[in-house]
Design a protein around this ligand. Structure first.
Ligand SMILES: Nc1ncnc2c1ncn2[C@@H]1O[C@H](COP(=O)(O)OP(=O)(O)OP(=O)(O)O)[C@@H](O)[C@H]1O
Length: 496
């Protein structure tokens, strides 16, 4: 299938009017608490001056689809093709962007919508800059707000894991300049007192759901003034493990009074209706194709699937690591995924005993060990990280060259996120997946992911069948199973 944009070529839709003729749509909407839910936004003159054909080419080349239920003419929001097209902002908010050549497609397309105060669902491949996609408009909204120092949080960003919450926090802090954009990060597994203190001056709260709900229930945080809510990894945040927490958290901020933003790389049907209940006429932006298709992997990642006997896995892993680690002056970083915590611990010991520089990250470690081990991997002190799915989503670790799946995850969406730890920000990557007969229920979904990314499909994998099961797993995208390998218990736990 050829590349296609949902916004059909110029002749099939009205030509974009220049700024003087029609400012980009934005309404000002006073809230009960006196804040504006939306901000006015119109295209910068340099953006208005760009010929429509150039805008159309950009949309077509990047296979961008924009669905706006409130307006069939999605062209009213021109994509921001260059940082020079960003709307004016008081402080040096955009200084940090200088290290990047241009906005990524998801940033280009969602920024105007978000600046205009629309609810947005943004779907784009792993490593494509979604964090700044929702982060920059958040900061701008706060900087532009009339009220000075906030006495209560104005923005909440919810993420499924503690490490990802910290990473988002780190990104925002680099941009945040004043007390209007004071950011704090709260997550479970550590003491609450310091978090309570930090909350007193926070304008933006980045949080994992469990701890946020805890602090909300004990009165440590009042979310009644929040007017910008982000669910990062939105499909994960809406799955059964988190759904109730999210519902409880958003109660004090009715949908009519807040801007709601959801970003993800995978958008399964199972969460879409639920997502709609959290949003007000959201615009859905998809980069790379139709969101109703199978989950899409980043096409710069070479995917290799090896069908193996379960007993061969450890030997094959040692072989692969030997090839990538031995005889190199600076061995490349390899991320190895297991499904179970006990399995991850066993594999970590095995790899350590073989003399590799290894660290581990899974839910049985305490939080400081988790942060320390991730940091060792980021810095390259450990060049192999053995992880459960707690590290599958969102983590942006520089220079991961290879992802190895020792045990296939519970869903193909998780597979797409796992391998997405490589090939980030335009880089290339390699993912090698060991697939056994036990995983055959997921062969159809995996085959579709491989085909969509134009990857080789091994004959051995085809033998397992090409049918895609409608419902893949009770807990869509579980992080990791909190069970022994003998499967005597099946409790699934999430970060708090
Ligand atoms: N405009 C840009 N140009 C180049 N690199 C960028 C740009 N914006 C962000 N990046 C970088 O791209 C990398 C990936 O970004 P980010 O972590 O936001 O990806 P993501 O789309 O959220 O991925 P995931 O789906 O895995 O969560 C980061 O290192 C980030 O600094």
């Amino acid at each position: 299938m050829g590349k296609r944009s949902h916004l059909e070529p110029t002749e099939q839709r009205p030509k974009k009017k220049s700024k003087s003729e029609k400012p980009a749509k934005a309404s000002k909407d006073k809230q009960e608490n006196g804040d504006e839910k939306t901000t006015s936004y119109s295209d910068a003159s340099a953006l208005s001056a760009i010929p429509q054909s150039e805008i159309d080419s950009f949309l077509t080349e990047n296979v961008i689809k924009i669905s706006d239920p409130s307006s069939p003419d999605a062209s009213q929001f021109r994509p921001i093709l260059s940082f020079d097209h960003l709307p004016k902002c008081d402080v040096g908010l955009y200084n940090q962007l200088k290290s990047f050549p241009a906005p990524t497609p998801i940033q280009s397309t969602t920024w105007p919508l978000l600046f205009a105060g629309r609810d947005v669902i943004g779907i784009a491949e792993t490593g494509s800059g979604k964090t700044l996609g929702f982060g920059l408009p958040c900061l701008k909204k706060l900087i532009d707000s009339k009220s000075s120092k906030p006495s209560q949080p104005k923005a909440v960003i919810i993420s499924p894991t503690r490490e990802l919450a910290m990473q988002i926090y780190d990104q925002l802090v680099k941009f945040g300049h004043n007390e209007k954009t004071q950011v704090t990060c709260i997550y479970g597994g550590v003491g609450k007192d310091e978090q309570r203190r930090a909350l007193q001056k926070a304008a933006i709260v980045v949080a994992t759901p469990g701890r946020l709900k805890d602090l909300q229930s004990d009165g440590s945080i009042d979310l009644g003034k929040v007017n910008y809510l982000v669910l990062d990894e939105a499909d994960r945040m809406l799955d059964k493990g988190f759904e109730q927490d999210i519902k409880d958290i958003v109660k004090p901020m009715p949908v009519s009074r807040r801007q709601t933003v959801m970003f993800t790389a995978t958008w399964p049907r199972s969460v879409r209706d639920l997502a709609a209940t959290f949003m007000k006429t959201p615009v859905t932006v998809t980069i790379g194709g139709d969101p109703s298709a199978d989950p899409r992997a980043n096409t710069r990642i070479k995917q290799v699937v090896e069908v193996v006997d379960g007993r061969e896995k450890e030997g094959r892993l040692v072989q692969l690591l030997t090839k990538s680690q031995r005889g190199h002056q600076s061995p490349e970083k390899v991320l190895v995924f297991c499904l179970y915590k006990k399995e991850a611990m066993r594999i970590e010991n095995l790899i350590r005993n073989k003399g590799f520089a290894v660290a581990g990250i899974h839910g049985d470690l305490n939080q400081s060990e988790r942060f320390r081990n991730l940091d060792a991997f980021k810095k390259g002190n450990a060049t192999v990280l053995i992880a459960t799915d707690v590290a599958a989503r969102g983590l942006d670790i520089p220079n991961v060259k290879l992802v190895i799946n020792v045990t296939f995850p519970l869903t193909v969406e998780d597979y797409v996120h796992r391998i997405g730890r490589t090939g980030r920000a335009g880089a290339e990557g390699l993912a090698i997946t060991m697939f056994t007969e036990t995983d055959k229920g997921l062969s159809g979904g995996l085959i579709n992911v491989l085909k969509a990314a134009k990857q080789d499909v091994p004959e051995d994998l085809l033998k397992f069948g090409t049918t895609v099961k409608k419902k893949q797993h009770d807990v869509y995208g579980a992080f990791y199973k909190d069970v022994d390998m003998d499967k005597t218990a099946t409790k699934i736990t999430f970060d708090d």
